[in-house]
Design a protein around this ligand. Structure first.
Ligand code: PLP
Length: 426
C-alpha cells in the first residue's frame, strides 16, 4: 500500500468507490447512542436489505387478502416459489439454473446430499473432512457414517494443519488423498473455512478428490456471496449453503444446494423424496409414483417457508445490481486495507488468515497475544465501543468488512479502536 492509512485517505477511497451507494440499501444496526454500530460481522449474520421488508410484507398481504389462493395467484405465486431465486443463486454459484435450488437450511441440505452422494461400497467407505470443521458438518458426516453402519472413529478422516500452523495446504490434502484415497468415498470441504477465513481453490481440490475416485462436496456457508464461484466448471459434485451470512437473507433464512448437471442427467443413486420434489405439473394428482421435477428442484421435500425465502429475493436483486465480480474487487481492497491497519499492531495482533488475497474472502481472523484471555477482553471492550465482530473459541476474533455495506472509513475506525483497546488492556 503506497498511501498512509489516514482517515482522509479512507474517505477518499469511499468517495472513489463505485459501489458506495449500496450501503443505503441496507438497514444499519444502531447503537445505544443512536449512531450506527461499526458492523463487521457479515460472516455471521449479514445486514437486512431494506427491500426485504417490502417483499415480506407483500407475501403477508397476499396471505391476508388471498388466503390459500396465494399458492397460485399474486405477484409471486407460492407453488413455484423456488424459481424466483434460481437465476440469482445460479449466477452467484457459477451454475446452471437447474443445478441450484433454495430449500431447507444448511445442515438439513447436507444430510440430503449425503443421502444421495455418500454411497459406501467395498473398501471405499470413508469420509474426509478438515479437522476443526464446523461442528454441524462434523455431526452430519459422523452421523451419516453411523447411519450406514460405519464407525466414525475409523471411517472419519480429519485432516489437521501441520503442527504450529493454522491453515491447510492443497499439498496436504493431495498427500492425504494419495495415501488414503482408495478408501475414501467422499470429501467434504469448506469453500472458506469459518474460523480462519482461509479460502480454498475449489477447482484444484475437486480435481484432486475426483482423481482419487471420491465425490467432492463443498460447504459454501462462508463462500457464497463472498467470492465469485464457478461450481459447474469446477465440476463440484454437490454444494450446500446457508443464506444468512454474506447472502443477507436474514436469521434462519432458507438455505440452498447445488447438484452438478451430470448427476441430474444420470439420475442419483438415491434421493430422499417428498411431494415438493415431484414434477410440479402433476404434483397435485397425488399419485403414488414419484416423478421428479427437473433439476436440483427434485431434491425439495416440503413446500418452502415463503417468509424465510422472501428476503433472499430482495438480497439477490441487490447482488444482481452490484455484480459479484465488482464486489470481489472492492472486497480485496477493503480487506487489504484492514490487513494494512493491523500490521503495526503486531505482535499484539496476529493474523491467522492467509496473507495471499487469493486465499481469503472478506474475513480476517486474528489472535490477540497476552495473558488471562486478553483476546476475549479486547473483544468485549470493542463491543463497548460500538464494534460488532465476533469470537470463536478458543481464541479467535473474526472481522469481516463486507463490500456491499461497509466503508473504508469504518475499517479505519476499527483499526483505531482496536489500537486503543489494546493499549488499555495489556
Ligand atoms: C460452515 C458452517 N456449516 C454449517 C453451519 C450450520 O448451518 P445451519 O444452522 O443453517 O444448518 C454453519 C452455520 O453458521 C456454518 O458456518
Amino acid at each position: 500500500m503506497k498511501h498512509e492509512p489516514t482517515l482522509s485517505y479512507a474517505r477518499a477511497c469511499d468517495e472513489r468507490d463505485p459501489l458506495r451507494g449500496f450501503r443505503e440499501r441496507f438497514a444499519l444496526p444502531i447503537g445505544p447512542d443512536g449512531t450506527p454500530l461499526l458492523y463487521l460481522c457479515g460472516h455471521s449474520l449479514g445486514l437486512m436489505p431494506t427491500e426485504a421488508r417490502r417483499i415480506v410484507e407483500e407475501e403477508l398481504d397476499c396471505w391476508a387478502r388471498k388466503g390459500v389462493l396465494g399458492h397460485e395467484e399474486g405477484t409471486r405465486p407460492w407453488i413455484p416459489y423456488y424459481r424466483n431465486m434460481a437465476a440469482g443463486l445460479a449466477s452467484l454459484c457459477g451454475a446452471r439454473r437447474e443445478e441450484v435450488v433454495a430449500m431447507n437450511s444448511l445442515t438439513v441440505n447436507l444430510h440430503l446430499m449425503l443421502a444421495s452422494f455418500y454411497r459406501p461400497a467395498g473398501r471405499r467407505v470413508k469420509i474426509l473432512i478438515e479437522s476443526g470443521a464446523f461442528s454441524s458438518d462434523r455431526h452430519a458426516v459422523a452421523s451419516q457414517l453411523a447411519w450406514h453402519g460405519q464407525d466414525p472413529q475409523v471411517s472419519l478422516i480429519e485432516l489437521a494443519p501441520r503442527p504450529g500452523e493454522d491453515t491447510l495446504s492443497q499439498e496436504a490434502l493431495e498427500a492425504c488423498l494419495a495415501e488414503h484415497g482408495s478408501e475414501i468415498a467422499l470429501v467434504l470441504w469448506p469453500g472458506v473455512q469459518y474460523r480462519t477465513g482461509q479460502a480454498f481453490d475449489i477447482e484444484k481440490l475437486v480435481r484432486a478428490a475426483q482423481r482419487a475416485g471420491c465425490i467432492a462436496g463443498i460447504d459454501l456457508a462462508h463462500a457464497i456471496g463472498n467470492l465469485p464461484l464457478r461450481l459447474h466448471d469446477c465440476n463440484v459434485d454437490f454444494a450446500v449453503w446457508c443464506s444468512y451470512k454474506y447472502l443477507n437473507a436474514g436469521p434462519g433464512a432458507i438455505g440452498g444446494c447445488f447438484i452438478h448437471e451430470r448427476h441430474l442427467q444420470s439420475g442419483p443413486a438415491a434421493r430422499l423424496q417428498g411431494w415438493w420434489g415431484h414434477e410440479a405439473r402433476t404434483r397435485f394428482r397425488m399419485e403414488p409414483q414419484f416423478v421428479a421435477e427437473p433439476g436440483a428442484a427434485a431434491w425439495q421435500i416440503s413446500n418452502p417457508p415463503i417468509l424465510s425465502a422472501a428476503p433472499l429475493i430482495a438480497s439477490l436483486e441487490v447482488f444482481a445490481a452490484a455484480d459479484i465480480e465488482r464486489l470481489r474487487e472492492k472486497s480485496l481492497a477493503l480487506t487489504g486495507f484492514l490487513e494494512h491497519l493491523l500490521g503495526p499492531l503486531h505482535p499484539d495482533v496476529r493474523l491467522i488468515t492467509p496473507r495471499d488475497p487469493a486465499a481469503r474472502g472478506c474475513q480476517l481472523s486474528i489472535r490477540i497475544a497476552g495473558p488471562d484471555r486478553r483476546g476475549r477482553r479486547v473483544l468485549d471492550a470493542l463491543a463497548a465501543r460500538g464494534v460488532v465482530c465476533d469470537w470463536r473459541e478458543p481464541d479467535t476474533i473474526r472481522v469481516a468488512p463486507v463490500p456491499l455495506y461497509n466503508s473504508y472509513e469504518e475499517v479505519f475506525h476499527f483499526g483505531e479502536r482496536l489500537a486503543q483497546v489494546l493499549r488499555e488492556h495489556s
